[in-house]
Write a protein that binds this ligand. Structure first.
Ligand code: HEC
Ligand code: HEC
Length: 371
């Protein structure tokens, strides 16, 4: 996506972020719903705010444009202007109705046809067959939800090979916590590296704090609940469904010992990432959408994770690529990962991980300002 897109999103995000942030352990409140926050919704009412921004990500990504393709240009500077009517907002509302009609009439209401199905990154869908596509090199996207299944190897074999590759069950069991330091960079920092701290405790707690210019941004998973609170969060958020599950998955990558029990059903496939052969192990916990884990066929290491969040306008992807595995207390851990989302890309580069240090439980408590 174009940097402008991200810029517009991030400016929007900055608006709601004045409230800040001491640690304050308390039980989570209900997730914030769109009606409580936005002023001019006709269609996307009553859904969690985190899901709503995935919908906007689907729109921008499908159009191949930034937020202000539909929204008033003023929205970049005056965020209330996101609620202003424009001809394209009205058009987009009609499109939602059209899409829902097609899915109702033909696919039992399942989101088989989405904005992306027609638009594919262009505001004007192509109608005529593309001969270059027919006769050119096929473009293979490894990030697919549906892929042809492989009978062998079994998912458990691939997962066992992975656990072995990163150090084996005995070593993994000895890693009970860690803290890490490194840098974060993304559209919102103009790709400048800024400091990040990570705290993690087995089996599944993980917090990262990004020290942004205008305040700290917290992403907290306490093992069950997740929060995103900070200058870059659209609204102080209690995460829901797929976005909450993303935090669970990132904690799982930090402590993968239990990975074989992380999903109820598995499916295996084969593909390549930039020419390197990989196995896809797809895990599903219905009703959440599947998660694809990509393991390098040779090394057995996890190199990519793709998950989709279900929204009222179809599945919205997040891709995380893991690299630079290094040994920490006998366990190989990725020191670099890059996250691609419909609204921005970001990279974390760790400079050091300190294993098995005490981590205060308050690190995983709900950050103040979260709702
Ligand atoms: C394809 C057009 C389109 C694009 C691109 C788009 N939006 Fe929207 N946006 C809409 C529509 C339509 C609504 C109103 C939905 C409704 O009526 O329920 C809306 C509503 C909103 C609102 C609620 C405003 C209010 O107060 O009512 C916000 C905030 C918003 N969009 C942010 C964004 C952001 C951020 C992006 C870029 C990632 C974006 N939008 C990209 C079409 C778009
Ligand atoms: C079945 C195919 C199809 C689907 C699904 C679809 N669109 Fe469209 N859309 C079109 C076509 C065709 C046009 C007209 C393009 C043109 O005039 O060049 C269009 C036009 C638009 C425009 C106006 C673009 C402009 O240049 O002003 C917007 C905005 C838009 N669509 C948003 C959406 C959104 C948001 C979704 C998902 C909720 C969506 N569309 C789903 C086919 C589709």
């Amino acid at each position: 996506m174009k940097p402008v897109t991200a810029a517009a999103v991030l400016l929007l995000l900055a608006v709601t972020s004045a409230r800040m942030f001491a640690q304050q352990p308390s039980p989570p409140a209900q997730p914030l719903l769109t009606d409580q926050v936005f002023r001019n919704l006709q269609v996307l009412k009553g859904i969690p705010v985190d899901t709503f921004f995935d919908v906007m990500g689907m729109f921008a990504s499908s159009m191949g444009e930034d937020c202000t393709f539909c929204h008033s240009k003023d929205a970049v500077f005056r965020h209330e202007a996101f609620g202003d009517e424009t001809p394209r907002i009205r058009r987009a509302r009609q499109m939602i109705a059209m899409m829902n009609g097609i899915n109702q009439a033909n696919f039992g209401g399942r989101p088989m046809v989405t904005c992306f199905t027609c638009h594919r990154g262009s505001n004007s869908p192509v109608t005529s067959p593309k001969l270059a596509l027919q006769y050119g090199e096929p473009e293979d996207d490894p990030n697919v939800i549906n892929f042809p299944p492989e009978a062998r190897p079994a998912a458990t074999e691939i997962l066992d090979k992975y656990l072995q590759a990163i150090g084996g069950a005995a070593q993994l069991a000895r890693l009970t916590s860690f803290t890490a330091k490194g840098t974060y960079s993304g559209f919102d920092t103009d790709h400048k590296e800024i400091p990040v701290d990570i705290y993690a405790k087995a089996p599944n707690q993980r917090t990262w704090i990004i020290h942004m210019q205008d305040g700290d941004s917290y992403r907290v998973f306490d093992g069950r609940n997740g929060w995103w609170v900070g200058p870059d969060a659209p609204a102080p958020e209690t995460l829901t469904t797929g976005n909450l599950d993303r935090y669970r998955l990132e904690a799982l990558v930090a402590f993968p010992a239990g990975i074989k029990n992380a999903f109820k059903t598995w499916k295996v496939g084969r593909t390549a990432i930039d020419g390197t052969p990989v196995m896809i192990v797809q895990g599903t916990n219905a009703p959440l959408l599947p998660v694809n884990l990509y393991f390098d066929t040779k090394s057995g290491l996890l190199v990519r994770l793709v998950r989709w969040n279900a929204t009222p306008v179809g599945p919205v992807p997040t891709e995380i690529n893991y690299e630079d595995y290094r040994d920490v207390a006998g366990v190989k851990m990725p020191f670099t990962w890059t996250v691609s989302q419909t609204y921005m890309q970001m990279t974390i580069k760790l400079t050091g991980i300190t294993p098995n240090v005490p981590v205060d439980a308050a690190r995983f408590a709900k950050p103040a300002g979260a709702r």
